[in-house]
Design a protein around this ligand. Structure first.
Ligand code: IVH
Length: 666
């Protein structure tokens, strides 16, 4: 009986995997959706009856179901590098010339630069084992539960290999559009672009949500081609395609610079017609031996570059300049624009940063201005088209009083920003509440900007601690127009859950001036509890690398302020966690507590990556050799630092020694 079930389950798995491959990778289905569903249901049924036979890589996992409580870390076998950006023809020619000067006559592969996030996918015995994000390039996050839901990722390969491949996880333009239509109906904030949407979806703890997001992949990199007897990058693409991966058919082998330029021109034009977002073209040396000989700089491979398309600029009218008040009281002028679509999303506002910025750009209200997306995401006003002025435009004048509470604004000497100094200004309050609930802070899902404003105006939330008293107003909230019963329940649950957050999230959420999420993490790791942090003197705090005297003073003063003391006391009573719960600082006998200097090129890792790793393991990385230095890591073509280390009799590690330490790091 069992044998029969196992046999049928294997048969069904093969049928479903094949159908899936034909549909999602080849875009060439051979069975109907109804047939597919029938097979899938039969397999689900058999798995339910014979759970011991259900495989971890069964296609039934595609719908998700696994929920994790946090992302595990995964160390990449080889660092996941990024590429140097170039922006024009001259820089591409310079890249080619540099390679030719090294004595090579390269052919290149041109590929589309997909706008998503890179992922690494591992297989053992032809079956998927893990999927990871790039992370900091050395350590990524384990996203296996979500990767298994991506239909174009094969769960089983054509050959029973052990292999790692890398590529881009992305969301198609249509998928984003549909998702945003749905979100609009549910009154949820819209996702800005395909990249953000993909990255948010793959970082879901609940794989059912990720499964619904219809993520997709293009695979473009094989880290260990020599293991499979492959000699060129183009061959590696063919090989990965043969194994069942989705490999972009637009990739092209070209002979020379003309071929590269033609490819770029062609796809600059075709770009709007593609069903996924690209932001440039990647150019890679085809010959793998040549790649190896070219090696790496301290940051990137020397055999590839990323040409970025120029950011799209669009003209529109600057209809007004309005002012907003941030949580520190800082006033920001904002451009109000006639709505215009830039790179797929509507832009109505753009920050103008401060008074000097507006004056420097000589903007007048009524001007025709050009807009572009800086870093493709944040809209920015590039310039006013002065030749289009009619004489009707109005001059910009900086306001003297707070737009919300009317207090007189102050500008500190030497600074560019104006501040509302009224600590009771409602705008400051709302902004600090919004900040507290943000993803990087307490991450209270559902409690977004609009809801906070509503609750503030209705008197439900006046200060941070009121968030944790919302439970007492459950009935009133559920009766409010526009807030369903269920959504309030979810919100209260999210608020309750946020009490368990690790210290750094609370610390960042409290909004101490100058303390970003990274510094908050640094402090939480160092002092472990809020009590410990509170009792540090300014001198003590400045001993921490990256904390200067101003930050130290801000932290110290924050905890002396009576309002803050009261707030923390209330939050403690409300049972908010005030301890660091993250992973312990990792230790390594070779690294922890030692002072390192890295010089020269290590072939498999950049200097930045080595330094990050050292710091991750509680070592110190410095730029210059002194008597205090414990170890100098010396790569190829080292500078005078290596000589100095020798003079001072400091321990020197060569590439091989570093490699063995690196490989032993757990
Ligand atoms: S190759 C060592 N190829 O662009 C080679 N990257 O700036 C590693 N990307 O981090 C990358 N399309 O996320 C490569 N066809 C492509 C790509 C691509 C998009 C992304 C990738 C990478 C970044 C590099």
């Amino acid at each position: 009986m069992k044998e029969q079930a196992a046999k049928r389950m294997e048969e069904l798995t093969n049928i479903i995997n094949k159908a899936n491959y034909e549909y999602y990778v080849l875009s060439n289905p051979t069975i109907t959706d109804q047939e597919f569903d029938k097979y899938l249901r039969e397999l689900e049924q058999l798995e339910a009856e014979n759970p011991e036979l259900a495989s971890l890589t069964s296609p039934t996992k595609r719908v998700g179901g696994e929920v994790i409580d946090k992302f595990k870390k995964i160390k990449h076998k080889l660092p996941m590098l990024s590429l140097p950006d170039v922006f024009n023809e001259e820089e591409i020619i310079a890249f080619d010339e540099r390679i030719r000067k090294s004595g090579f006559s390269p052919e290149y592969v041109c590929e589309l630069k997909i706008d998503g996030l890179s992922g690494s996918f591992h297989y053992e015995n032809g079956k998927i084992t893990t999927g990871a994000t790039r992370g900091d390039g050395i350590i990524g996050e384990d996203i296996t539960h979500n990767v298994k839901t991506i239909k174009s990722i094969p769960l089983t390969l054509k050959d029973k290999l052990e292999i790692e491949v890398r590529g881009e996880i992305f969301m198609g333009k249509n998928t984003l559009e549909k998702l945003n239509e749905q979100r609009k109906k549910e009154n949820l904030p819209l996702l800005q672009n395909c990249r953000n949407a993909a990255s948010g979806s793959i970082r879901q703890l609940d794989s059912k949500i990720a499964a619904k997001r219809n993520l997709d992949t293009w695979i473009y990199h094989l880290p260990n081609p020599e293991d499979y007897g492959i000699q060129t990058h183009y061959e590696s693409l063919q090989f990965m395609k043969h194994l069942g991966f989705k490999v972009n058919p637009e990739s092209r082998l070209v002979k020379d610079i003309d071929g590269i330029l033609k490819f770029i021109e062609e796809y600059n034009e075709k770009r709007p017609l593609l069903s996924y977002d690209i932001d440039g073209v990647v150019i890679k040396v085809n010959d793998l031996e040549m790649q190896q000989k070219l090696g790496f700089t301290s940051k990137y491979p020397k055999w590839a570059i990323a040409y970025k398309f120029p950011a799209e600029e669009v003209l529109t009218k600057l209809t007004d300049i309005i002012f907003t008040v941030g949580r520190t009281g800082r006033i920001t002028p904002n451009a109000v624009l006639e709505p215009v679509i830039v790179m797929g999303s509507t832009v109505k506002r753009a920050t103008l940063h401060n008074e000097d910025y507006v004056i420097e750009k000589d903007l007048k209200i009524g001007d025709i201005v050009s807009i572009r997306k800086a870093g493709d995401v944040i809209p920015e006003v590039v310039e006013a088209k002065k030749e289009r002025r009619t004489g009707e435009e109005k001059d910009f004048t900086m306001i003297k009083n707070c737009p919300i509470c009317d207090s007189v604004l102050e500008k500190k000497p030497g600074q560019v920003d104006h501040y509302c100094m009224n600590k009771l200004c409602p705008a400051r309050h709302i902004e600090s509440l919004i900040h507290f609930c943000e993803r990087k802070a307490m991450n209270i899902e559902g409690l977004g900007e609009r809801m906070i404003e509503d609750f503030f105006n209705l008197g439900f939330i006046k200060k941070i601690s009121d968030i944790y008293h919302l439970e007492n107003h459950k009935k009133d909230l559920q009766e409010l127009e526009g807030y369903g019963k269920k959504s309030i329940e979810n919100l209260l649950e999210a608020i309750e859950n946020s009490k368990k957050n690790s210290l750094e999230k609370l610390l960042f959420g409290l909004g101490i001036e100058g303390i970003g999420d990274k510094t908050a993490l640094l402090l939480a790791k160092k002092y472990k509890t809020l009590d410990q942090l509170e009792s540090q003197s300014i001198e003590e705090l400045t001993k921490i690398k990256d904390i200067g005297s101003i930050l130290a003073k801000n932290i110290h003063e924050f905890f002396l302020n009576i309002d803050n003391i009261e707030l923390i006391h209330t939050l403690k009573e409300l049972k908010l966690n005030m301890n660091y719960l993250g992973p312990e600082e990792k230790e390594n006998e070779w690294i922890t507590g030692k002072r390192f200097v890295v010089t020269g090129t290590i072939s498999f890792m950049s200097r930045e990556e080595i330094e990050a790793l050292i710091e991750n393991y509680g070592g110190f990385a410095s730029g210059s050799v002194s008597k205090k230095t414990d170890i100098v890591i010396v790569g190829e073509k080292p500078g005078s630092k290596a000589e100095k280390a020798q003079e001072l009799g400091i321990e020197i590690w060569d590439e091989e020694k570093w490699k063995s330490v690196y490989e032993n790091i757990s």
